[in-house]
Design a protein around this ligand. Sequence first.
Ligand code: PEP
Ligand code: MN
Length: 366
Amino acid sequence: MTHFDLDPIQQWWPSDALPRLIAGPCSVETREQMIATAERVAATKTTAYLRGGIWKPRTRPDSFEGVGEKGISWMLEAREKTGLPIITEVANAQHVELCLKAGFDALWIGARTTVNPFTVQEIATALKGVDIPIVVKNPVNPDLQLWIGALERIHRAGIKKLVALHRGFSFHGTSIYRNKPMWEIPISLQAQFPEIPLFCDPSHISGRRDLLFAVGQKGLDLGMSGLMIESHITPDEAWSDAKQQITPERLGELIKELVVRHSNADSVQIENQLALFREQIDKVDEEIIHLLGQRIAINKQIGLYKKEHHITILQLERWKEILQTRTEWAEQAGLTPAFIKAYLDALHAESIRTQTRVMNDGHSTT
Ligand code: PEP
Ligand code: MN
């Protein structure tokens, strides 16, 4: 197991406030927007690092890809006006060089960069001999090894101020999240490398404002000590990630509403273990509910089929057979007869209701 030899975050983080907060717009858009955001964020007295994306990795080439180099001076000006240290995203060695030359206080590596060991190495090499904090977001795909690999590359370049930032993972299908949290992955990272400070990015996990609080709180409940949250003076008009950004004032309220647990190492470990179990339960429940949906969809098809062929809905023989086989399966699976009976009764009732609806469709008597 690699050991990360790091400067403890308490020694270099510019503020004692918890949660540690990196905030600011998704993208630097204009000088006025950057400076106004910085001033209003600073007024909330919650934020330790002011963020702003200068180069934006976008899925499609026609989206806004960041203002580029000229955004650097706007961020410097924002720092000068507010006193907040500044951080931006670097995606190649040239970005690193420009930011180092300009005197950025910290840099982050985005999720689309962490996936590529060549690029991470290029950035690591450009950071040799530099002593600033580097924040490494998880890769877009749920691959813990890739995340660890990126942290190792940056660490081996000599970086001693390192933060791992959890921003969720791409997935196929539907979810309330823009990027699924898959909490077991950051928890696993924390379990293996407790020396690496772990932060959470509720903005990119949620993709929408109304989930930010719950996701941020969950991150803190899992023992994460910092957050990155996107904030914009006019969120609805933001040039990128408009749906997930909040005003600086809302940010200030949200941070004050969060509960930061001051737990000892033991209780963090217990909580993390519990969180892993809960995560497994969530997954199984999600699968069960999907399967039940499929089960009822088949019932609908059967209902239609019975209707076409003039067969009655209730087939007693079939129901008896279902009861018998399922009770046996349940016993093998370690479930009590009472539980499986209650489940089957509920399922049967729903299946009859579904079939009745299908049968009556178009023949409503009411
Ligand atoms: C961002 O922080 O604006 C960003 C692009 O994030 P991610 O790399 O997590 O998608
Ligand atoms: Mn963003």
